[in-house]
Ligand binder design. Structure first.
Ligand code: AHR
Length: 502
């Protein structure tokens, strides 16, 4: 079993925007409360943030964080979360049938972001609210002082404006589950009015219109076209969301989930380019893939979902998926797909960051640990720098129920001229066969191997848990052979390898 690929730094897809390594913190389950924020925890700092979690987020290499939702944002009143804590109201969160205590809001979250060194990407509520509230939160966040809302921020102890550049115009407004969901026309009208108003206040914003919450949505394609026809001149990004899980034990299709992500991105880019052509516009719409992950959504629907009128828990354990090695290989392949599309996908958010479908887990009063998905994210964020290269890949294929014949090996390569480094990220999707990949590096000149990480386990269902937090980790891929004009590496079945060449 052999595959071949050619890495040539002369052929470039595009520069890799650091925002590609963003994540997502929603007021959902234990992501905020008992996740990033736990005032009673032994590691908590003076603001109540867990410093063990801060350390892990920094190690993960997260560059931007979308906040405060998600479905939550479509019923959220941002002003509940600012000002003196003791005056903040407790509210019903209809999205997750929970009680929101509002102990953490915009100012605290911005402070936490400065500790993890990441940018804020803020979502406004276009579910139950609209233009005025978007303007209000923008004034509160970005105006220096001298007006009612900016002075309110100053009075709340935040003298400097947050200067938030990226704003999401609502969340998943195509989804019937979303508070305030309507037709594409309804949303497009509201989004364009909101965008124009926000730009009148601050012309430097980067705005994201809601695309589809999945490529399988019945309105997929039409939704993007209608929304972009209305908003094209006012927004910079259209969003994509995608979650994957194995269905009926079909691991062959699950391991090929990135094929679906590739097609999704290509279809949204084509739809946006259609609108561009019709309008005769010079502007190319960017894609913000601002929710992506493996998510055992069927388990949430069947087991976790809370609906009873008397049940509104604070920070319940929701969407706390435990990720296996197989999940992490799929996850790593999704990252390959995002990096491969660096020319169009210039922002992405791993959903989510802590406890909720997350690479980082915590126990109240106890430890924090890395899930299997932590490792490919951290290494890709660290090594996928510079430019994405056009890759020529020749791989054996296998049949899948969902996507037909797909390549067994998938890969992407990046080249950082300044650092003098080339990285290659590879997955083997085969359930039982190892594959040796021959990489033609002749145009790079003489190369040496800096490091080769491997994520693999004889048990593809192995995971890290509270009891065994270090059961799975990275190890070196010792099979690498560096030749004069090529590099050979063997990939075990269901595995991810990252190579760094100098
Ligand atoms: O990330 C979990 C949920 O998935 C988000 O709240 C929503 O936007 C999506 O459906």
């Amino acid at each position: 079993n052999r595959a071949h690929l050619t890495v040539d730094p002369h052929f470039v897809v595009g520069p890799i925007n650091r925002r590609l390594f963003g994540s997502f913190v929603e007021h959902l389950g234990r992501c905020v409360y008992d996740g990033i924020y736990e005032p009673g925890h032994p590691s908590a700092d003076e603001e109540g943030f867990r410093t063990d979690v801060i350390d892990l987020v920094r190690e993960l290499g997260v560059t931007a964080v979308r906040y405060p939702g998600g479905n939550f944002v479509s019923g959220y009143r941002w002003e509940d979360g600012v000002g003196p804590r003791e005056e903040r109201p407790r509210r019903l969160d209809l999205a997750w049938h929970s009680t929101e205590t509002n102990e953490v809001g915009l100012d605290e979250f911005a402070s936490w972001l400065s500790k993890v060194d990441a940018e804020l990407m803020y979502a406004v509520n276009l579910g139950t609210r609209g233009v005025q509230e978007a303007l209000d939160v923008l004034e509160y966040a970005n105006v220096r002082s001298g007006t009612r809302l900016s002075d309110w921020r100053v009075a709340n102890g935040v003298a400097e404006p947050h200067r938030v550049r990226m704003w999401c115009l609502g969340n998943e407004m195509d989804g019937p589950w979303q508070l305030g969901h309507g037709t594409a026309q309804d949303y497009a009208q509201l989004a364009v009015k909101t965008a124009r108003a926000m730009r009148q206040l601050d012309p430097d914003l980067e705005l994201v219109a809601c695309g589809s919450s999945g490529a399988g949505m019945p309105t997929f394609g039409t939704w993007e076209r209608v929304v972009l026809e209305e908003t094209y001149d006012e927004v910079d990004y259209i969003s994509c969301h995608a979650y994957y899980e194995p269905k009926n034990g079909d691991y062959g299709s699950f391991l090929a989930s990135a094929v679906n992500m590739d097609r999704f991105i290509d279809s949204v880019a084509a739809t946006a380019d259609h609108v561009k052509a019709v309008r005769g516009s010079d502007k190319t719409m960017q894609i913000s893939f601002d929710e992506w992950n493996v998510w055992y959504q069927s388990r949430y629907n069947e087991v976790d979902r809370i609906t009873h009128i008397d049940e509104w828990p604070v920070a319940p354990r929701l969407l706390e998926d435990s990720y296996s090695v197989a999940d992490a290989v799929v996850f790593a392949n999704l990252m390959i797909s995002l990096v491969r599309h660096a020319d169009r996908v210039t922002s992405a958010s791993l959903a989510q960051l802590v406890n909720v479908i997350a690479p980082i887990m915590t126990e109240p009063g106890g430890p924090a640990w890395r899930q299997t998905t932590f490792f490919p994210f951290a290494i890709t964020s660290q090594w996928a720098t510079g430019q994405t290269l056009e890759l020529k890949l020749d791989s054996p294929t296998y049949e899948t129920a969902l996507y037909g014949a797909v390549p067994v090996v998938d890969a992407v390569a990046t080249h950082d001229a300044e650092a003098g480094a080339t990285s290659v990220f590879l997955v083997n999707r085969s359930l039982d066969q190892e594959v040796t990949v021959e990489i033609d590096t002749s145009t790079l000149g003489a190369v040496t191997l800096e490091a080769a990480h491997l994520l693999h386990d004889d048990d593809m269902h192995a995971a890290n848990t509270l009891e065994q937090p270090e059961r799975v980790g990275l190890r070196p891929n010792d099979s690498v052979v560096v030749g004069d004009r090529s590099v050979a590496v063997t990939l075990p079945p269901v595995s991810w390898t990252a190579l760094r060449l100098r």
